[in-house]
Ligand binder design. Structure first.
Ligand code: APR
Length: 257
């Protein structure tokens, strides 16, 4: 049985990672892709194939048909629960626990795989799938998504305990403002870092996509980890065309050598 060929870690990236005392890891949907969670711009499969996520993740979609939107998020929550953090998530958690390093995770992802991979997340820029709140009074809700065997086209969202209005996912929909505190914390973490790793994001959605550029403008070295070119590539000092679950474990394994 041949052992997997050792991953070639670009020397400039390894040098930066070894010397960095403050690291900011900015992640997008590609970080969770190897856990089996479809990225936003991958084709949706199955029942949701004909729907564009950009159409469902909007306040208008919720106003027009809350049952459909709730059913879509309940299915996404089911997929997240069925998924496991991948080797990339685990490597980020391991790196964060290293002595003498402050590592801030700033993610656009609404899943909890960084946390389940052992990392503390400084900022969920686009909210948290499992942080349910009332769509009217904003009260946080103790309700939970139903566990689905398979996707369903419509589900009644639970009522708010306080005002009785429908509970919604605690995610940022297109057209909604980002949580200001999280965004400012994410920007500050990137601008104060010795190294910013941008992993698995197309860099298409603002203002999250500005974070690597803001760091670069401060002279912070930016490394992109992504199999494909993106809108972030131009802001990167180094580009590592590979996947999250390949790059991060290989990099973290070499930090001490
Ligand atoms: N490892 C690293 N990167 C990957 C992997 C992988 N295994 N698989 C895919 N990618 C990359 C793709 O090349 C793409 O550049 O991940 C990126 C995913 O891009 P998007 O699907 O656009 O996801 P993201 O950038 O996180 O979207 C930003 O837009 O849809 C909204 O709110 C949603 O948070 C999301 C935001």
């Amino acid at each position: 049985m041949t052992s997997p060929s050792p991953v070639e870690v670009p020397q400039p990236v390894l040098d930066l990672a070894r010397s960095a005392r403050r690291v900011c890891v900015l992640t997008g949907a590609g970080m969770s892709a190897e856990s089996g969670i479809p990225t936003f711009r991958d084709v949706q499969v199955g029942l949701w194939e004909r729907f564009d996520p950009m159409e469902l993740a909007t306040p208008t979609a919720w106003e027009d048909d809350p049952e459909q939107v709730w059913a879509w998020y309940a299915w996404r929550a089911t997929l997240v629960r069925r998924s496991q953090p991948n080797a990339g998530h685990l490597a980020v958690g391991e790196w964060q626990r290293r002595q003498g390093v402050r590592l801030d995770v700033v993610t656009q992802n609404v899943d909890d795989l960084h946390e389940r991979g052992g990392a503390h997340v400084l900022a969920h820029l686009h909210g948290d799938l499992f942080a349910l709140r009332c769509s009217r009074c904003g009260a946080s809700s103790g309700a939970a998504y139903p566990e689905l065997e398979e996707p369903v086209a419509a589900l009644e969202p639970p009522p708010c305990d306080r005002c009785g209005e429908p509970v919604r996912p605690g995610v940022v929909w297109f057209g909604e403002a980002l949580p200001q505190e999280a965004f400012l914390a994410g920007v500050e973490a990137a601008q104060e870092a010795d190294l910013v790793l941008v992993v698995g994001t197309s860099g298409l959605v603002h203002p999250a996509a500005t974070v690597p550029h803001l760091a670069g403008a401060r002279g912070v070295p930016v490394v992109e980890v992504n199999p494909r070119e993106t809108e972030v590539t131009e802001a990167a000092d180094h580009v590592w065309r590979t996947t999250a679950a390949t790059a991060l474990p290989a990099l973290v394994a070499l930090l001490d050598t």
